[in-house]
Each structure stands twice: as structure tokens, then as C-alpha cells.
Write a protein that binds this ligand. Structure first.
Ligand SMILES: C[C@H](O)CC(=O)C(=O)O
Ligand SMILES: [Mn+2]
Length: 338
């Protein structure tokens, strides 16, 4: 059975749920609890990664540096990771992170644009970091396309390739096909990052692991963009139940979930609401959950119809302007733009 490296993304992807308002205190308490539980890697930062704090996607309550230093200060065993989307994050941000004690750099881009990550992967490597090529919206690409992109990431020196199923759109057989294709194309390990729009995050993890994925992402209480991620405490328990080796311990991870939920109370836990279900169905990026709700309310259209239109237009991350455009069209009874 496989040895799994568990990557907890509560303190980064979960920041989407908390509208990027995590404080150094929340980060320190949660990172310490995850570390005690034996989680291998803990990702920290703005929901959109280094440099994400902006009017466009949401201002953070604390700087990247404050959050990262709070996490690095408390961990004894776990490695702290950052996510960096080139454009949001710059070389300076990587240098700051390395200086703060961050050991893992996950460089992310849309799943068909791996070439965007080359310079940042190489710079992170020069800074001595363990590097990850992170393909967003992996359910928007075919297994063959993902294999091709993974080959590029390997050639840029990535230590592993992470398939982020950002939309929660894929079913287990489709996840398996993608992991299999990537496994046949590269020698580096494969990671998987599910979202839970169709309630399949845990099943999809098991399918990915069966095909050889060995780095698995999850978040406490399922905190994460849109419908949320695979719930870490469930994922770890299910992986162990399926006979896989996971460093973190079950009671410890349950304690970490309790520590985290007390820190963020009374914030409700993510639920799979109607808009999230449709986003999973229509393959629409989870980061659009708040823009869709706002635009539907502002322009007076049905958010569900808006989600379906965005799916037909195959929007990718960072096209918030299209959300507004289609909401206006729907409100005026105009057909979708070509
Ligand atoms: C920037 C995104 O939130 C990255 C991610 O976690 C995903 O695409 O899923
Ligand atoms: Mn995510």
C-alpha cells in the first residue's frame, strides 16, 4: 500500500472561505496543532497565494510575511509551504518566504499553461526549496494534455506535479485516468488536490492513490474555495482505513480540526450549496462562488443560470469580468457571448 505525504491546505485554500481574514494567531494555533498531529506539509497564505491580497480577489487581514513567520515559528516537524501563481506572486515574494523559513514552493497555473511556471520553479529551487508544479482546474484538460504539461514541469525541475481538481467536477474514473496518464509520462511523484462540489473529494482521493498519487491535499473541516476541499480529518482516516500509510495520527488530526474550528467560530463550515453543485456539474472554477453570488444579486439574474453559462464559456481562473458580463446579459435576456 502507498506511503502518502499529506499536505494540509486549510491555512491557504481555507482562507477563501474566510475571505482572506486569517490572522497570525489563527495560523499559529492551527499550524501548531497540525504539526502535533504529524501532517507532513502545511500550506499557508492568502487563498490565491503569495501576493494575492488585492481588491481584485480580496484584501488579506495580514501580510504574507506575517502569516508565514507565524507558522514557521511554531512548527517542529512539518514543512511550511506557499502557493505562488506567477503574476500575483513575484520573485521578491519567494525570497521573503525562503527567508521566513518556508521549505516548499508550489507554483500554480492553469492546467494547460505549465510554461508560465518555469522561472518561478527554477528560482524557488535556487533558494533551496522543494518545488511543486501545480496544475489548476485539471478537470478542464484531457489526460493526454495533462501528461504533456507534467512533462514540462518535470523538465523545469519540479519535485512533484500536483493535479488540482479545482472545480470538483471529475468522478473517480476520470481522476484515475488523469493520474494514470501523468504517471506514464513522468518519473516525479504525483499529487492530487480535490474540491468537493459533487461530494466526491474523498472517493477521488482514493482513486488517485490507487493509480499512484502519493501527495494528497486536504483541509480541516473542508475549509477551501467554493464547496471546500476534502476534509483532512476524513481523508486521513479514510486513507488509513483503505490500508495506506499516512504519517498523521487520527486523534491528533481530530484535535487539530477542533483547534481550528474554535479559532474561526462562528464562521459556518463550508456546505455544498446549490451554486456549488452546479459549479461542479458545469466545471466552473470554485473561486467564482462569491463573484457569482454578488453579480447575480446585483444584476438580478438566477445564479444557477449564470453558472451554467460560465461553464459553456469554459471560463478559467481570473476571468471575473466575464462573470459580470454574463450576469448583465442574462438580466437583459441576451444570449451568451460567443
Ligand atoms: C489559486 C487557487 O485557489 C488554487 C487552488 O487551490 C485550486 O485551484 O483549487
Ligand atoms: Mn483549491
Amino acid at each position: 500500500m502507498a506511503k502518502i505525504t499529506f499536505v494540509d491546505v486549510t491555512l491557504r485554500d481555507g482562507n477563501h472561505t474566510y475571505r482572506h481574514q486569517f490572522t497570525p494567531e489563527i495560523v499559529a494555533a492551527t499550524a501548531a496543532a497540525l504539526d502535533r498531529a504529524g501532517v507532513d506539509i502545511i500550506e499557508v497564505g492568502h487563498g490565491d497565494g503569495l501576493g494575492g491580497s488585492s481588491l481584485h480577489v480580496g484584501r488579506a487581514a495580514a501580510s504574507d510575511e506575517e502569516l508565514l513567520r507565524a507558522a514557521c515559528r511554531v512548527v517542529k516537524r512539518a514543512r511550511i509551504a506557499i502557493l505562488l501563481v506567477p503574476g500575483f506572486g513575484l520573485f521578491n515574494d519567494l525570497e521573503m518566504a525562503a527567508d521566513a523559513g518556508v521549505k516548499v514552493a508550489r507554483v500554480a497555473t492553469h492546467c494547460t499553461e505549465a510554461d508560465i511556471t518555469e522561472q518561478h520553479l527554477r528560482r524557488a529551487k535556487d533558494l533551496g526549496m522543494f518545488t511543486v508544479g501545480y496544475l489548476i482546474s485539471a478537470g478542464m484538460a484531457s489526460p493526454e494534455q495533462l501528461a504533456e504539461e507534467a512533462r514540462k514541469l518535470e523538465s523545469y525541475g519540479a519535485d512533484y506535479v500536483n493535479l488540482a481538481e479545482s472545480q470538483g467536477h471529475l468522478v473517480p474514473t476520470e481522476v484515475a485516468a488523469r493520474v494514470r496518464a501523468v504517471r506514464g509520462a513522468v518519473k516525479i511523484p504525483i499529487g492530487f488536490h480535490p474540491h468537493n462540489n459533487l461530494g466526491l473529494a474523498i472517493g477521488n482521493i482514493l482513486a488517485a492513490v490507487e493509480e499512484g498519487a502519493s501527495f494528497i491535499d486536504g483541509s480541516l473541516k473542508g475549509f477551501g474555495g467554493g464547496a471546500g476541499n476534502a476534509q483532512t480529518e476524513v481523508a486521513i482516516t479514510a486513507l488509513k482505513r483503505a490500508g495506506h500509510e499516512v504519517g498523521a495520527d487520527i486523534f491528533g488530526i481530530m484535535d487539530a480540526a477542533d483547534v481550528f474550528s474554535k479559532q474561526v467560530a462562528p464562521q459556518p463550515m463550508p456546505v455544498i450549496d446549490n451554486d456549488s453543485i452546479l459549479m461542479g456539474y458545469a466545471n466552473v472554477y470554485g473561486g467564482y462562488i462569491h463573484p457569482v453570488k454578488h453579480a447575480a444579486e446585483r444584476y438580478g439574474c438566477d445564479p444557477r443560470k449564470l453558472v451554467l453559462r460560465l461553464g459553456e464559456r469554459k471560463v478559467v481562473a481570473a476571468q471575473e469580468d466575464v462573470v459580470i458580463e454574463e450576469a448583465q446579459r442574462l438580466a437583459h435576456g441576451i444570449r451568451k457571448a460567443a
